[in-house]
Design a protein around this ligand. Sequence first.
Ligand code: NAD
Length: 376
Amino acid sequence: MSRDPDPVALEGGLHRFVHRTRPLEVRFGAGRVAEAGSLLETCGIRRALVVSTRSGMVRAVSMLEALGEGVAGRFDGARVHVPESVVAEALRVADRSGADGYLAVGGGSAIGVAKAMALETGAPMVAVPTTYSGSEMTHVWGVTSAGGKRTGRDDRVAPRGVIYDPELLVGLPSPLGAESGVNALAHAVEALYAPDRTPLSTLLAEEGIRALGEGLPGLLRRPEDLTHPSTTLRGAHLAGWALDLTTMGLQHKLAHVLGGTFDLPHARVHAILLPHVVAWNGPAAPGAMRRLVRALGGDGATEGEGSGVPRGAAALERLNDRVGIPRSLAHLELDRGALEQVADLALEAPYANPRPVTRDGVREILESAWSGRSYL
Ligand code: NAD
C-alpha cells in the first residue's frame, strides 16, 4: 500500500500541480480587532451587516461601537451547521438594513452563515474569527437542510479580509477551544495526503500542525497567557489555508455526515474521529504520516517502519488526551446502531482519499471511534 514516498512529489517523483490564489488581506496580532473599520473600507464595504451567534454579538459589542456608521445592522441568529432557514432570515435582515457587505464575527457557524449569504448575493465579507475553525481562510461553504448537509467551493464566499486577534480567543472556554484546535489539525492532516496538494499547501499544513501541537496544550495549562491562543490561532490560520488549497478526504466526509445528519457538535466529532481515520489511512500515506509525526515532535523518519503501530494516530491520541478530548463517539450519545446509517451516507458519493474507501473500512473506523480504541 506504500505508494506515497514523498507527500509533495507526485507522479513518480515529478512535480505537477495547480496553485490558485485570490486577493485577501490578513491582519494578525493582539489588539488588531480595532482595525476592523479600516479593513472593511479596504475590502470595499461601506456599511456591513454584522453576522454572529447570540453570544458572539455580546462579545462583539465594543468593536461595533467603534465602527459607528460602518454598521448597517446586526444578525445574531447564526447556528451551527448553517441551517437553510437561518440563511434566508439573515438575507432578509441584510436586505432591510441596506448593507453592502458582511462582517462575520465568531466561529465557523457565524462565518458559515455569512458565506452562504455571499453565495446568494456576491457581496464581500470580512471575517473576525473567535475560534480555531479556519473557515475564514477558505472558499468552502456548507448549508444544512432536511436532506442533510450540502457543501461546495465558490470564490464568492471567500472572505476578502481577515482579522486574527488572539485576545478574542482568550475567553474561549475549554473544551470548546481544544476541540476547535483539533478540528483545525484535521484540515492540515488531510491536506498532507490530498491528491491536489501543492508544495505550498504541504508547507502550510506541516507548519500549521506544528503550531497547533505547540499551542493547544498551553490553552488548558495557562488559559490567561496570550502566547497560547496566539500560537494556536497561527496554526489554525495555516491549517485553514491548507484546507482551502486542497480536497479533503474521509475524515471530513465522516464529520459532515455525523454533524449534519445527527446534529452532533462539529469540532468535537472531528477531534474524536481524527486518530482513527489517520490509523486507517496511514499505511496508504507514509510520507504524510512522517510529516505529521515530525510536526508533532516525534521522529518522523521511522514512521511506518517496524512495529506496525500507527505512530501518527498515537501522536494525535496523545495530544487529544492532553487537551481533554473524549476518546469515544459514545460520549456524544450516538447510538451504536446509527453507525450503519453513517456508513451508508459516507459511501454515497466517491471522493478523494489516500486509501480506497470501502464499507468494511468505514465500519472499522466508526467502530474504533465509537468504542474509543487506543493506539498508544
Ligand atoms: P461555532 O462557530 O458553532 O462556535 C461554537 C460555540 O462557541 C458557539 O456557541 C459560539 O457562539 C461560541 N463561541 C465562539 N467563539 C467564542 C469565544 N471566543 N468565546 C466563547 N464562546 C465562543 O463552532 P466552530 O467549531 O467554530 O465552527 C463549526 C462550524 O464551522 C461547522 O458548521 C463547520 O462545518 C464549519 N466549518 C467550516 C469550514 C469551512 O471551510 N467552510 C471550516 C471549518 C469549520
